[in-house]
Design a protein around this ligand. Structure first.
Ligand code: ATP
Length: 357
C-alpha cells in the first residue's frame, strides 16, 4: 500500500546527519520531530564545539486541512469570528535553506507562476528575522512546492513557518516555539498554527484579517492544542478552479437558517478517537457559499463518499476537498478512481500527521 501513496514519501528520509554532512556543516532536519529534533540539537552542538557553522538546512513545510470550520458571527467592524479545527497532514513542501555571505535573500521555486521576490511569504519571513536580529549574512531558499496553491491548505503560511524555523537554527537565534509564533502572526494569521502543528482549535478572527489586526486580537493565544487526531489516510483533490477567500467571506450569509457545524461535538469525537463519530461531526460553513457557486466541489465530495470515505469536506475557503478513510486499501482505490475521474487537477493520497509533543 505504501507505494501507492503520493511519491512525496520518497523525500521522507531519515534525517540523522551523517559524518559527511557534519564535515561541511550541513544538517538535514525533520522539523519538530522529537527524536530527530534532539539529534539535531546534539549535532549542532558538536558542530559549534568544533568551530563550525551551520550552512544549510532542509525543512519540511506541512499542509493543513480544517476538520471543522464555523463562522460564529460577523462583527460590526466587518471581521468574522471563526472557530476552526486545524489538522496537519503529511503533504509538504520542502525548503532547502542555505546561508550566504552576500547578505541577500534569494529564492527559486519549481512553480513558475509563484513570485520569488518580496511578495513571497518565504522572502517576507526571512526579511523579518534578518531585520530584527540585524543578521549580516543572507539566505538562498530553494522551494520545492507540492501543496496546492491558493487552495485552503495554508501553503504560503507553512512555507513562512518553515523559514522562521530554519533561520532560527542556522543563525542560532535561540527563539522558542512561542517566540517563533509571535513573529509568525506578523506574516499571516495561519503562520502561528503552522509552527505549532497537530490538532488544534483556532478561535478568534479569521484568516481574512490583516496580520496586524490578528496580532492585536491575540490570535496566537487562541490556539488550543487538542488530543491527537486518529491517524488515517487522507485523500486530497483540488479542482482546476480558483476561489477567492474574499468572495467566500463576503457572500457568507449568517442568519437563523444557517446550519453551523458542531465544533464542540467534533472536539468530543476527536477526544474519543472515534473516526465514525468524527466524520459525523465534520462541517464547513463556507461550503454554503462555494458549493452553489462551484458545483465541482460537491461532485468531488460525492465521488469520495461513493468510494468509501468516512467523510469528505472542503478545506478552508476551498476549493480543495479532502476525504478521510478508515481503511488504507479503500483509500488507495478512491485515489485511483479520483485520478481517472478528471474532476480534480491535483490529487494526493497522504495521511494525518501528529507530532508527539
Ligand atoms: P490559506 O489556506 O491560508 O487560505 P491558501 O492555500 O488559500 O492559504 P496560499 O497557497 O498560501 O493560499 O497562497 C495564496 C497566494 O499567496 C498565492 O496566490 C501566491 O501568489 C501567494 N504566495 C506567496 N508566497 C507563497 C508561497 N510560499 N506559497 C504559495 N503561495 C504563495
Amino acid at each position: 500500500m505504501a507505494t501507492a501513496y503520493h511519491n512525496l514519501s520518497d523525500y521522507d528520509f531519515n534525517s540523522v546527519p551523517n559524518a559527511e554532512e557534519m564535515k561541511f556543516g550541513i544538517v538535514v532536519s525533520e522539523w519538530n520531530d522529537k527524536i530527530t529534533g534532539a539529534l539535531l540539537d546534539g549535532a549542532i552542538n558538536t558542530l559549534k564545539k568544533h568551530g563550525g557553522i551551520m550552512k544549510e538546512i532542509s525543512v519540511k513545510a506541512l499542509a493543513k486541512v480544517n476538520l471543522g470550520l464555523d463562522v460564529v458571527r460577523k462583527r460590526p467592524d466587518g471581521y468574522h469570528e471563526v472557530r476552526m479545527i486545524m489538522q496537519t497532514i503529511h503533504l509538504f513542501d520542502r525548503l532547502e535553506i542555505t546561508r550566504n555571505q552576500s547578505g541577500r535573500i534569494t529564492m527559486s521555486t519549481n512553480l513558475a507562476f509563484l513570485p520569488t521576490n518580496e511578495n513571497n511569504l518565504v522572502y517576507k519571513a526571512a526579511a523579518l528575522l534578518k531585520e530584527e536580529f540585524d543578521i549580516g549574512d543572507g539566505i538562498d531558499v530553494k522551494l520545492h512546492k507540492h501543496i496546492p496553491v491558493a487552495a485552503g491548505m495554508a501553503g504560503g503560511s507553512t512555507d513562512a513557518a518553515a523559514v522562521l524555523y530554519g533561520m532560527n537554527r542556522i543563525f542560532d537565534l535561540g527563539l522558542s516555539k512561542e517566540d517563533l509564533m509571535t513573529r509568525g502572526v506578523k506574516l499571516g494569521a495561519d503562520v502561528p498554527y503552522c509552527i505549532m502543528r497537530g490538532t488544534v482549535l483556532s478561535e478568534g478572527i479569521g484568516e481574512i484579517l490583516t496580520p496586524v489586526a490578528a496580532l492585536a486580537e491575540g490570535i496566537g493565544e487562541k490556539l488550543s492544542a487538542l488530543p491527537p487526531m486518529v491517524k488515517c489516510p487522507v485523500l486530497i483533490a483540488k479542482p482546476q478552479i480558483g476561489v477567492s477567500t474574499k468572495f467566500v467571506y463576503e457572500n457568507l450569509k449568517l442568519d437563523a437558517d444557517t446550519v453551523h457545524p458542531d465544533i464542540d461535538g467534533l472536539i468530543g469525537a476527536i477526544r474519543a478517537k472515534n473516526l465514525e463519530q468524527i466524520a459525523g461531526h465534520m462541517g464547513n460553513v463556507l461550503e454554503t457559499v462555494t458549493i452553489p457557486n462551484y458545483p465541482v466541489i460537491a461532485e468531488i465530495k460525492e465521488h469520495m463518499m461513493e468510494h468509501g470515505a468516512a467523510h469528505a469536506m472542503m478545506s478552508g475557503s476551498g476549493p480543495t476537498v479532502f476525504g478521510l478513510f478508515a481503511n488504507g486499501d479503500t483509500a488507495v482505490a478512491a485515489y485511483e478512481a479520483m485520478r481517472e475521474s478528471n474532476l480534480a487537477k491535483q490529487v494526493y493520497l497522504t495521511s494525518i500527521y501528529n507530532n508527539a509533543r
